[in-house]
Design a protein around this ligand. Structure first.
Ligand SMILES: [Cu+2]
Length: 173
């Protein structure tokens, strides 16, 4: 009994190591949002795309489908421990409704406010916002871009906006 235990222990460790390698390989190729989030017609993560962004056709590109109130377009954004949003520029079609799914990667808790750039810069009360997005948590907020812009998004956790945790939303006619 005691003589066989190290063998089983060793096999178990090898198996665990293989599982970790497979998980790492899948995560490395598919990104944080898993298979199916890629853009079949555009540049992928290996061709200049950024993780969490530019994975779907942008306004004006072939295949683009504008979001509606009944069926918002989903845009995934990663909030990083380096106090950045990825991507930090999101084009929207004039009048469309977009749901932002914001995921915090890392231990730093973030917020996500979206709306008119002046309101976002001033942290105006009433501007659509998600508060306290914890590590590996994904939360969403939906906004309709029916004005001329400019629009923006930002994190107003203490010191984050001042550190540059802000993104731009350009309205495409
Ligand atoms: Cu933040």
């Amino acid at each position: 009994m005691s003589g066989r235990t190290p063998l089983w222990l060793g096999l178990g460790l090898v198996a665990a190591g293989l599982v970790i390698l497979v998980i790492a390989a899948v995560a490395g190729t598919a990104g944080p949002f898993g298979p199916g989030a890629g853009n079949p017609g555009g540049p992928g993560p290996m061709m200049g795309g950024r993780p969490g962004g530019a994975t779907l056709p942008a306004p004006g590109s072939p295949g683009f489908v504008a979001g509606t109130a009944a069926s918002p377009r989903v845009v995934q954004i990663v909030a990083t421990a380096q106090l950045r949003f990825v991507p930090d520029a999101v084009p929207v079609k004039q009048g469309e409704t977009v749901t932002f799914e914001v995921t915090t990667m890392g231990p730093t808790v973030h917020e996500f406010m979206v709306g008119p750039a002046a309101d976002v810069a001033a942290d105006t009360p009433g501007t659509p916002e998600i508060a306290d997005i914890g590590m590996m948590e994904t939360r969403s907020v939906t906004n309709t871009f029916d004005g001329p812009g400019p629009y923006a998004f930002a994190c107003h956790a203490t010191g984050h906006y001042e550190a540059g945790m802000v993104g731009t939303i350009a309205v495409v006619p």
